[in-house]
Design a protein around this ligand. Structure first.
Ligand SMILES: Nc1ncnc2c1ncn2[C@@H]1O[C@H](COP(=O)(O)OP(=O)(O)OP(=O)(O)O)[C@@H](O)[C@H]1O
Ligand SMILES: [Mg+2]
Length: 359
């Protein structure tokens, strides 16, 4: 079986690596000359909306998926004429636009931070009056890793926030005084069966995910699972879906969802029986889903900007280093390190040791 992929970054790389033991080959489109998935899959180097490249891909694969939500909807439309694309165009279109996304969540009775749609400076001033401060202004489209966002803490911030997002269509959101951030990742197959991974607890630094920790028997799991199941069924979703949530007291508010494998689920490679990457490929290829049970306790540390010096930790039991082979650049996700142990206590000791070594 051959699966076509839009995007050749680290998610695509890990999907292709998970596909190999299933005897699934991956062919991907990516314009970059140094796409990191090229070490595990075949690349068609072209823009995502290049008709010749889309045609070349369509002719050699059985089904298509993607590793990021900013793929041109036109590319998905063209590919959908001859092939199944999973997750389907409706899920992609909803996740690509923060306003559609929020409206979808509201329609399913999933709580979200209060928000307003913003098309002008006038809208923004009015919305700040209604929601109070602090608030977060976010572009409706093309945001990632906290880009396209500005926090408004005082009236002086309003105009500069509007300029900083280049006056693009946006939403304004109440800033949540969250106790913690969590995400829930689930997978649904073509028959509608689904499985939900244990909750991840996430810590962000400068708007970028820094750490994710696997949470066995988390009290928020049941609520989070209800929300993601509703969303998957509503979208008739096929593949892995991730839902990011803020917890305030014992209440969960949805932040956003991603129609793809998610950075907060990278620990599932070592920490569960069947990783998010394998399960995504299984769902897309029409195979049975694998077990999402934990094999122990895990913590994932993102490597941002450049890979740290891992000489002193790489041989420790329970340490898995994932270097995506990307050039160093400020704010760029270049790799991650997963630490696994049989209990939370043993994991705590390993984390301490690794953090001392990494400094
Ligand atoms: N309304 C909010 N209240 C409090 N914190 C927020 C809010 N919105 C965003 N943040 C913080 O900024 C981070 C990034 O925001 P968000 O998930 O909306 O952006 P993104 O660019 O899509 O990020 P990513 O690609 O990392 O998921 C959140 O994980 C959270 O830490
Ligand atoms: Mg996010």
């Amino acid at each position: 079986m051959k699966v076509g992929m839009l995007g050749g970054g680290q998610l695509s790389l890990m999907l292709a690596e998970a596909a190999r033991p299933l005897d699934i080959e991956v062919v991907f489109i990516d314009p970059a000359a140094d796409a990191c998935a090229a070490t595990a899959a075949t690349q068609i180097q072209a823009d995502y909306d290049d008709p010749a490249a889309l045609d070349q891909l369509a002719r050699q694969v059985d089904v298509v998926t993607y590793e990021f939500e900013n793929v041109p909807s036109e590319a998905v439309r063209i590919l959908s004429e001859d092939l199944d694309v999973f997750p389907a165009a409706n899920a992609l279109a909803t996740a690509q636009d923060r306003l559609f996304e929020k409206n979808q969540l509201v329609a399913l009775d999933i709580p979200v931070p209060e928000f307003r749609s913003i098309d002008s400076l006038h809208d923004l001033r009015q919305a700040v009056m209604q929601l109070g401060m602090p608030t977060v202004l976010k572009t409706r489209r093309f945001g990632y890793d906290g880009k396209g966002q500005a926090v408004i803490r005082s009236e002086q911030d309003i105009e500069s926030a509007w300029q900083s997002i280049v006056e693009a269509p946006a939403i304004l959101e109440a800033f949540m005084p969250f106790d913690r951030e969590v995400s829930i990742i689930a997978v649904r197959d073509r028959q509608g069966n689904h499985q939900t991974y244990p909750l991840s607890e996430n810590i962000h630094k400068n708007g970028i995910l820094d750490q994710s920790y696997s949470r066995a028997e988390d009290p928020a799991f049941e609520q989070a699972e209800k929300y993601i199941s509703k969303l998957m069924d509503e979208l008739e979703y096929v593949g892995v879906l991730a839902l990011e949530l803020f917890q305030v007291g014992d209440k969960l508010y949805a932040n956003e969802f991603a129609p793809r494998v998610h950075n907060s689920g990278h620990w599932t490679i070592e920490g569960t029986i069947c990783s998010q990457f394998e399960n995504h490929m299984r769902a897309v290829a029409g195979l049975l889903l694998g077990e999402v049970k934990l094999t122990g306790s895990s913590l994932m540390l993102n490597c941002i900007g450049e890979m740290p010096d891992v000489r002193n930790i790489k041989d420790l039991p329970g340490v898995a280093i994932h270097d995506y082979g990307k050039a160093a650049r400020e704010g760029r996700k270049v790799g991650h390190i997963t630490l696994t142990a049989e209990s939370d206590m043993a994991l705590g000791e390993l984390v301490g040791k690794v953090q001392r070594e990494l400094g």
